[in-house]
Structures are given as C-alpha cells and as structure tokens.
Design a protein around this ligand. Structure first.
Ligand code: FRU
Length: 496
C-alpha cells in the first residue's frame, strides 16, 4: 500500500518536473527529477534494465527528509524516471530513508535495503539520529516496506559501536546463494569501520565481523561502502568524512577511498595492500557499483561533494547529478576507470587532427561544444626541449572558461573552474600528480553541459568537476608555453 507521503511526492515530482527544460539538464548524465539529489542507491540490474535509485528531496534544491528517487536505463546513458520508490513514512524512518542497495531475490522480487533514520531527543536537549537498516520489497516500480523492519539495529552492533553512525548497507550475493552486506559504522575509537552481515534469504540478518577498521587513518566515519571482487583482487570503496590530505591524495574533506587487497572468504579476512583516492577532482562522492550482465564492474558516483554544494543556489529547480558510469579494472595494483563503452554508441561528427603544433593559444576548426568526447595525446613539440605548460580551456567565451593545465616539470595536472559562473568562494581548483614521461600525457575529456570528467592515461586517474557556466560558452582552445605536439580526436555526444 502506498502511503500518503509517497503519493504526495509522486504527484509533486510529476507536476513539477515540467518546469525544467530539457536543455537546462545534462544530456547523458542522470540528474535529479526535481529538487535535490545526493548518493546513488540500489544500483542493480532487474528484469533486463539498470535500476538506479538516489537520495532525493523533491521539495527543494537543498537536502531535506530523504526519499528514494528512481530511474531506469538499458544503456546507462538514456535514463527514464520512474515514480519515487521510498518516502519517510514509518516510525523507524520518519526522518529519512538514507542510502542503501538492491539485490534480486530467488523468487524474482527486487529487495532494497536502506538506512532508516529517526531523530531522538538526548538528555542534553540535543537531537541525535538513530540509524537502523530496513528492507522494502518490490516489482521494479512499487516497493512495500517489510513488516519486520528494522532488520538491523543497535542489538546487531559490536560493543562500543555507534548507533548514530550506522548506515548505507550494500548487499551482494555470494556464490552459495546467501547474501552478505557491508555497512558503514563508527567504532569504539570514534573512527570508521565496515561491518559485515550475512543472511540466508535476504530477510534474516546476522552480524559476522568487522571487515576492516579505519583506526583514524583516513578521515573519521566511513560512509557508503561497497565491496567486490575485481581482476583477482578484492576492492573496498568507501567515502570517509573529515579527511586530512596526504600528499596529492585525499584533498576533498568528504573524500573517497579505494582499498585494494585480498579476501579470504572462509574466514572473512580482508588484507589491505593498496590505498588511493577514487577520484582526483572536486565533485565525486559515495560511489556504488553494479555487475553488468556481461560481467563488467561499473561504478557511478554522486558528481558533487558536500563541501562544494554551494555551487548551486537555492533558487535552482534541480541540484545534483550522477557521474558517468565507469568500467573498473585493476592495473599495476591501482584502480583504473574508463567511461562505459556504451558511450561510444552516442558519438558522432568525428574531428581529428594529428601532430598539431601548439605554441601560444590556438583554436581548431570543428573543436567546440559542451557535449563532447575528446581524446588528446601530447608530447614536446621539439625533441630536446620540454615545454613549460600545456592547457585545454573549455566552456569558454569572453567571460568564462574552465581550464585543465599540465606542467611537465612537476607532472601536475590542474583543473580550474574559477571562471565557470560560480559566485561563491568555494574550492574551484584541484591539483593532481599524474604519471608522465618526457612531457607525454594522454587525456580523455568528457563534457556534458554542466560537468567535465577527465580520464588520465587510459583511466589511471579521473578528475570530475561540475560547472554551471552559461551554455553560450562553448569554445575550446589549446595553449602551450613552449611547444607541444598534439593529436586530437573529438566527437559530439548525444543526439541534439
Ligand atoms: C553520504 C550520506 C550517507 C547517507 C546519505 C544521506 O553522502 O551522508 O551516509 O546515507 O548521504 O542522504
């Protein structure tokens, strides 16, 4: 039975999405139907379609009591909205249906697990959020909350662990048909830990062990975990709050962390071998993955960061978009990300130049636009002389530009969106140390109206930023201090 709260949200979103013109949204990135969006939730394949839910507050473009928005796609690029799936309408989730995940049950039903939030008055008069894990079962459109909710609460926590920071369950099916689930939590030492639970049927859940603990190494609380096998290793993705930068890693405050290691499934022992940021730009948080029917591990993140939300003003009708879905792999012990191969099916109008010499600023015929896929290969223009700086500027006109610049002597790539229409003094730049030999660098830059995602060296690193620059700023130019030789292949994306 659909509650009044959910019926109202569904009515509201259907009536108000019409106020947003197609051109004022991204083309192939999922944006919120109306209002506010954060984390991707319940990313899954169900009855032949990709389902992507998201943290959703339809009634304003800032955060509020969380619902789950819902969209489906067959190619991860064309998304169709479905009615909101969950609303905060039960005693255990009255203050929000927070992030969670989805699996398909043996009997073919779609099972969602999410965090129910209930504010509780504390003795000192303050309010704290009690967080529990809850279920909803559905058919891909309508979901019924489980009568046994919550299925995990403070009784299922190890001693000393916080019942206020206990959220974001990510379920997955094991080879023997049972289900496991990782949940973010704050342990007795006040920093993050990932709890592992197991269930024979998706409904009865039991605590197994602490899969891994932060011990205050990477930020504080760990949000939105995901855990999966990839290329013979096991990967734990999580989004730590309050991170301190370490060299060129972890600059985002609310950051992202990828731990790669081995996992003994008999004893549930995870042994960490490598850590890195997931994304090196400004706007990327709380990613979640799905395994595609052809066996690819595809990740999507919220292309925004809690620290930089001020880039959208409260007057906007929508705030929040997802990143491009990215295929993951492990190479040389690191996480690699490439745009999903489906992106190649929406490429058109190929423009190609080989060995263009750049010195000073140049524009090239056919190279412009805000929905583009550009591959650049650069190297010094003359063998014995390294250039000092190379830059690509896009979303450019007399007033605006977003710049990506590379200094080969330092091997540092910098994204700068200061002149991208923002009227706020939030962070607009990010520097990243990249691998480059003798001034050579490979870049793939994907623009989609309000974002740029830069894949460095075939996906060794990615930098994501949003930019809400006036769409009239469509120029792209190239600059070199010194001389650069550049190959470029550019496509328009989308069908406009
Ligand atoms: C991460 C997060 C999650 C939580 C959700 C609430 O961005 O804080 O931990 O479930 O957002 O919207």
């Amino acid at each position: 039975m659909t509650s009044q709260t959910l019926r109202e949200a569904r009515k509201y979103e259907e009536a108000s999405e019409k106020m947003i013109g197609r051109e004022s949204r991204p083309g192939f990135h999922l944006s919120v139907r109306i209002g506010w969006m954060n984390d991707p939730n319940g990313f899954s394949v169900y009855e032949g379609k990709y389902h992507l839910f998201y943290q959703y507050h339809p009634y304003s473009s800032s955060t509020g009591p969380m619902h789950w928005g819902h969209a489906v796609s067959t190619d991860l690029l064309h998304w169709e909205y479905l009615p909101a799936a969950l609303a905060p309408d039960e005693f255990y989730d009255r203050d929000g249906c927070f992030s969670g995940s989805a699996v398909t049950l043996e009997d073919g039903r779609h099972l969602l697990m999410y965090t129910g939030v209930l504010r509780e008055r504390q003795r000192d008069g303050g309010l704290c959020e009690i967080q529990t894990q809850c279920l909803a079962v559905g058919d891909g459109v309508d979901y019924e909350k489980y009568e046994g909710n919550p299925v995990l609460d403070e009784k299922d926590l190890p001693e000393g662990s916080s019942r206020f920071d206990f959220r974001d369950p990510k379920m997955y099916k094991r080879e023997d048909g049972s289900y496991d689930c990782v949940v973010g939590n704050r342990g007795a030492d006040g920093s993050g830990q990932i709890l592992l639970y197991t269930s024979p049927d998706g409904f009865q859940w039991n605590f197994k062990k602490v899969l891994t603990a932060n011990h205050s190494r990477f930020g504080s609380m760990w949000e939105c975990p995901d855990f999966f096998r990839l290329d013979g290793k096991w990967v734990l993705l999580t989004s730590p709050q309050d991170m301190l930068p370490q060299g060129f890693e972890y600059h985002n405050g609310n950051g992202t962390l990828c731990l790669i290691g081995d996992y003994d499934q008999e004893t549930d022992t995870f042994t960490e071998e490598h850590n890195q940021s997931i994304d090196y730009g400004i706007d990327f948080y709380a990613p979640q993955t799905v395994e595609t029917p052809d066996g690819r591990r595809v990740m999507i993140g919220w292309m925004q960061n809690w620290d930089a939300c001020g880039i959208r003003t409260p007057q906007e009708l929508w705030s929040g978009q997802m990143s491009l879905p990215r295929e993951l792999s492990i190479q040389n012990g690191r996480l690699y990300q490439r745009p999903v191969r489906e992106l190649e099916t929406i490429r058109k109008n190929k423009t190609e130049y080989k060995g263009i010499l750049v010195s000073g600023e140049i524009c090239l015929k056919g190279i412009q636009g805000r929905k583009t896929d550009m591959e650049l290969n650069i190297r010094p223009g003359s063998k014995d002389k390294l250039y000092r700086k190379f830059a690509v500027r896009f979303a450019q006109n007399e007033q605006y530009r977003t710049s990506l610049s590379f200094r080969p002597h330092e091997s540092v790539l910098k994204i700068d969106r200061k002149f991208s229409g923002s009227r706020r003094a939030i962070i607009h730049q990010r520097r990243s140390l990249v691998r480059s030999e003798e001034g050579q660098l490979k870049l793939r830059i994907i623009l989609d109206s309000f974002s740029a995602e830069i894949f460095v060296n075939d996906g060794e690193q990615v930098l994501s930023v949003t930019m809400y620059t006036d769409l009239a700023a469509k120029g792209i130019s190239f600059f070199a201090d010194g001389q650069v030789s550049m190959d470029i292949t550019k496509y328009d994306l989308w069908e406009e």
